[in-house]
Design a protein around this ligand. Structure first.
Ligand code: PLP
Length: 430
């Protein structure tokens, strides 16, 4: 109420008119609602991007959700060896599972994959040169740029080859007394095609071994299982990079793995040993909440049982076009009413994205509700306004504007949310 009165006084002082008591009360209610609403609002993801970084990336398995709730409510053996009754290591919670799933000798876990890369570089190659192909100087959404990451870790970047072609001799020629590490980074969010040459991991691994230099692979998404079993394009697996000779492989917990935000490092006992001893490891370690979610997620993989149903990321990625189209048909009349006369609403084929830099060129066939302004003049603005109204719903729905129309790809609209969306669309004035 104080806020509403203050803004009314300000409006009066600026020469505005006196608000009615009803208007004052309504304004006070609006301000109170706004102050109490969580800032981390639940939203309905109708962008068609399954692992959407700005919308929180992977949805977690029920097993992980339950495990997190239990970990938050009570004490747990986080760094406690129940056998000996003394101090333990928090990495032990997931070490066995990750070793089993990747074939690694040793593992450690930090806050996210960016942290994993910085830590690996700092621990293995600080004050030395890090050799990487020009074609792999990746940027992943502004804040993660390989040259900056190397600098932050205290390494000197040595880029070899050219943007489109790098040869084994380029790596060989760059190795000298100051070389600290060879690095390969996965092209998570782009593709280089045409006249290209990439040196494969096994060849870089062989060079690294022969010249006695450690070899780091930043996989980004990193899948723990072969995705082609779900009819999805195959994404590199950490175990394959280790087999190719990498000393350390880093990947995210909340991309294709379908777990919590985390950076996972798997590798040789020697390399991981050095990484765990580095002071940055302590600064970047993750919480019991993360470890509880990660352990439960990894257990789903270890069971090997019904992964495509139990891991929501896989469930969404494998959802059939027919199923999505059926959802479009159910929601269509409600969206048409919500949008009003000024829009023609229909169902059109579209292509969902996996997201978060995973498999950048691959698209998944999907279906979208498309609201096209009837009036071509000012269509972009009208579509933008409709999109804004969807974001003003009690549970905001986020779509995308394309070609002067609003596109709602229903791939990520789960059945529990579909009813909520329909009720909200029907309840709102057109
Ligand atoms: C996504 C990605 C990162 C950053 O991982 P975060 O978990 O977001 O910190 C680093 N490298 C590659 C190749 C990536 O795809």
């Amino acid at each position: 109420m104080q806020g509403a009165l203050a803004s009314a006084r300000r409006a009066l002082a600026d020469g505005g008119s006196e608000p009615s008591p009803d208007a004052l009360v309504l304004e006070a209610v609006r301000l109170a609602r706004e102050a109490l609403a969580p800032r981390l609002r639940a939203v309905t993801n109708l962008t068609g991007t399954v692992i959407h970084t700005n919308l929180g990336r992977a949805l977690l398995a029920e097993e992980a959700v339950e495990s997190v709730a239990a970990a938050m409510r009570g004490y747990g053996a986080l760094e406690f060896d129940l056998g000996g009754g003394d101090r333990g290591d928090r990495d032990d919670i997931v070490e066995g599972l990750l070793r089993e799933l990747t074939g690694a000798e040793a593992v450690t876990v930090v806050n996210n994959n960016a942290a994993a890369v910085v830590l690996a570089l700092a621990a293995l190659a600080a004050r030395k040169e890090a050799v990487i192909s020009h074609g792999e100087l990746i940027e992943i959404g502004g804040a993660f740029r390989m040259p900056d990451i190397m600098k932050a870790a205290g390494c000197r970047l040595v880029a070899v080859g050219t943007t489109n072609r790098t040869h084994p001799k380029d790596y060989e020629g760059a190795i000298g007394p100051k070389t600290g590490i060879l690095v390969k980074a996965h092209w998570s969010n782009y593709a280089i095609t045409g006249f290209t040459k990439v040196v494969d991991e096994a060849t870089v691994g062989e060079i690294a071994k022969r010249r006695g230099v450690p070899f780091l692979v930043d996989l980004g998404a990193g899948a723990l299982v072969d995705l082609s079993q779900f009819g999805l394009p195959k994404e590199p697996m950490p175990g394959e990079s280790l087999a190719a000779g990498a000393d350390v492989v880093t990947f995210s917990g909340d991309k294709l793995l379908g777990g919590p935000q985390a950076g996972i490092l798997v590798g040789t006992r020697e390399a991981i040993g050095k990484i765990k001893k580095h002071p940055l490891k302590r600064a970047l370690r993750c919480s019991k909440i993360t470890l509880a979610a990660l352990e439960a997620t990894l257990r789903v993989y270890a069971s090997g049982h019904r992964l495509a149903e139990r891991l929501p990321v896989f469930a969404l990625l494998t959802r059939s076009e027919a199923d999505i189209r059926a959802a479009c048909e159910r929601v269509l009349p409600h969206l048409a009413r919500f949008a009003g006369e000024a829009f023609a609403v229909g169902i059109e084929p579209c292509a969902s994205q996996i997201g978060s830099g995973s498999l950048p060129v691959e698209r998944l066939p999907s279906a979208a509700l498309v609201a096209r302004p009837v009036n071509a003049k000012g269509a972009g603005r009208a579509a933008g306004r409709l999109s804004e109204r969807l974001r003003e719903l009690p549970q905001p729905a986020v779509g995308r504007i394309h070609d002067g129309a609003l596109w709602l790809d229903l791939r990520c609209l789960r059945s529990s949310e579909e009813g909520v969306l329909i009720v909200q669309l029907s309840g709102a004035a057109p």
